[in-house]
Design a binder for this molecule. Structure first.
Ligand SMILES: Nc1ncnc2c1ncn2[C@@H]1O[C@H](COP(=O)(O)OP(=O)(O)OP(=O)(O)O)[C@@H](O)[C@H]1O
Length: 538
């Protein structure tokens, strides 16, 4: 505004040295302020995005598996990578909007003081400005939401399909994939196009106000000059002051549109932030000692309505190896996941029982409870990194002795030491530079490295040769006095030597007992053993 005052003086021919120097100094100062503001807002943008991304990542990691199941893990990728970048814009736009509002009021007062009549006429344009605010804001909100959705669709597609490129090749599905990928790319293209059109409409609309205001000033101002109500240079001076008002007004409209756009983009991140998370720390934080696990009337239904377990009651004795067998889909993996508290039973209870002391597992803090479990899921995963990183995954510091012990128990040491850099050999993401059995042995070592009280193995040696698999079972059996082993398996050798066996059929316990007891009581078990013997003979 000070610069405008100097401009008016120059326009009026007041070309004194003090005017010129003042004008130059203020213009330079203005540039410095703009530079500082630009740098501060860029920094603030990046800091806000960093904090928002940290927050979101932390939130996603604490979501219950049930919630992640609903939309699939890849649907969260775009939330962390793209949508969240708008958080910075939203904050800096809000601050700029406030400072523009302040400057607008100041500029308006100056304008009003200069000429009340002309300023009052300008007020007639207010409905147009209000229309610009809301129309532009709504359009940007809709376009940004659509644009974010386009990004989400493409990110989901690529993050699911690229890691599985081996199937594309083996099924010679390149052409199909190109077509499917193009469909995903097209969604993003159309959203980008829509956004482009919105920009194309809004940008000239925003400047239209300037044009209309100039016409107003020219028409009404010239009439006033003719009637002697305004000095000859009045139109020029009024236009200079109006420039300040208009600049701030345009700034407010643009920032409002940017905020609405960011809001549309952030809707997904916001929805994630509203989700309920697992509370890792609340509950009993005491040591969970080796105990029997007792399931009483446990039923479980997945979030999509599929029922996996019905009224399961059984006991998993402590310090023993229990094998869980049953046909595909009979609920074995689900049972292990309930034991690890990845899901909570829909009905019934799971308790830890030692002597007369019975504690429901959900009374323990999740963090402490899960720390007593070593789990090898049915589809184990190797992370990109060294063998050491993979075995020690999740362990703060891993000492050489624990690494060696876990690797020995998993019968991984021999092949690991034959690798070029032994435990420091780099492994590819998903273990693509290992054999299936080698990858399984590393994930087994990962489960054992913390020396857990409970070891949950879900077909964890299915790709390991029979001889090594038997050796692994023998070494696990050797550690039974200090832990309970629960093993889902289709391997009759491993089952026959288990201390306790649970047979699941269609999500229910058909029978439980020892090998000999089940041979006499469970038809499913008899068929399982007979099929194994036949396979052995062949
Ligand atoms: N995340 C999930 N969402 C919905 N249903 C599921 C989910 N995981 C498993 N199911 C269903 O629950 C039932 C039990 O599955 P589970 O994986 O426990 O079987 P399983 O006995 O381990 O089978 P398999 O021997 O084939 O591994 C099946 O009908 C399965 O389709």
């Amino acid at each position: 505004m000070r610069i405008s005052a100097y401009t008016v003086r120059v326009n009026n021919g007041e070309l004194y040295n003090s005017t010129i120097i003042g004008y130059v100094l203020l213009t330079v100062l203005n540039s410095i302020i703009m530079l500082a503001q630009g740098m501060t807002s860029q920094y603030a943008d990046q800091r806000t995005t960093l904090r928002a991304r940290n927050l979101l990542w932390n939130k996603i990691l604490h979501l219950p598996i049930n919630t992640i199941d609903r939309k699939g893990p890849s649907s969260y990728v775009a939330g962390v990578t793209t949508s969240v970048t708008q958080a910075g814009y939203a904050i800096t736009s809000l601050i700029t909007l406030c400072s523009a509002l302040y400057a607008f009021i100041k500029a308006f007062i100056v304008l009003y003081q200069y000429n009340k009549t002309l300023t009052t006429f300008l007020l007639l344009l207010i409905p147009f400005v209000v229309f610009l605010f809301f129309f532009g804001g709504r359009l940007f909100f809709a376009a940004s939401k659509r644009y974010y959705n386009g990004t989400k669709v493409t990110t989901e597609f690529f993050s699911e399909h690229l890691p599985n490129v081996v199937y594309v090749k083996s099924q010679v599905a390149e052409q199909d994939e190109v077509v499917q990928g193009n469909v995903a790319i097209d969604v993003k293209y159309k959203a980008g196009l829509f956004m482009g059109f919105i920009y194309a409409i809004i940008v000239p609309l925003n400047t239209l106000y300037n044009t209309v205001a100039s016409i107003f000033i020219a028409l009404i101002g010239s009439g006033m000059v003719r009637k002697g109500q305004l000095e000859k240079t009045g139109i020029n001076t009024f236009s200079t002051y109006t420039g300040n008002v208009n600049t701030q007004l345009l700034q407010m409209v643009v920032q409002y549109e940017a905020i609405k756009g960011a809001q549309g983009n952030l809707k997904h991140s916001n929805a994630i932030l509203q989700l309920e998370t697992e509370q890792l720390d609340s509950g009993l934080a005491k040591d969970i000692q080796i105990s029997d696990i007792v399931l009483s009337g446990v039923s479980f239904t997945y979030s999509d309505g599929r029922s996996a377990l019905h009224d399961v009651s059984c006991t998993i004795p402590s310090g023993k190896r229990t094998a869980i067998i049953g046909g595909n889909g009979s609920g074995k993996s689900t049972l292990l996941k309930l034991l690890l508290r990845l899901y909570d039973p829909s009905e019934g209870s799971i308790t830890l029982k030692r002597a007369d002391k019975v504690t429901e597992i959900d009374e323990f803090s999740l963090k402490d409870y899960r720390a007593h479990f070593g789990y090898v899921p049915q589809y184990p995963y190797i992370f990109a990194g060294t063998v050491r990183d993979n075995i020690g995954y999740g362990v703060e510091t891993i000492d050489e002795a624990s690494l060696q012990r876990a690797s020995d128990s998993a019968h991984a040491t021999e092949f690991v030491t034959s690798l070029t850099s032994s435990f420091d050999t780099e492994l590819n993401e998903a273990g693509t530079n290992l054999s299936g059995g080698e990858a399984q042995r590393i994930t087994l070592a990962r489960a054992l490295v913390v020396n857990p009280e409970f070891v949950l193995l879900d077909e964890s040696t299915s790709a390991v040769d029979q001889e090594t698999s038997n050796a692994i079972i023998r070494s696990l059996d050797g550690s039974k006095n200090e832990r309970t082993i629960i093993q889902v398996t289709h391997d009759p050798d491993g089952v026959a030597t288990a201390d306790h066996i649970i047979v699941l059929t269609d999500g229910q316990v058909e029978a439980e007992g020892t090998h000999q007891e089940l041979l006499a009581t469970s038809p499913t078990y008899q068929r399982f053993i007979t099929a194994g013997e036949r396979e052995g003979e062949q």
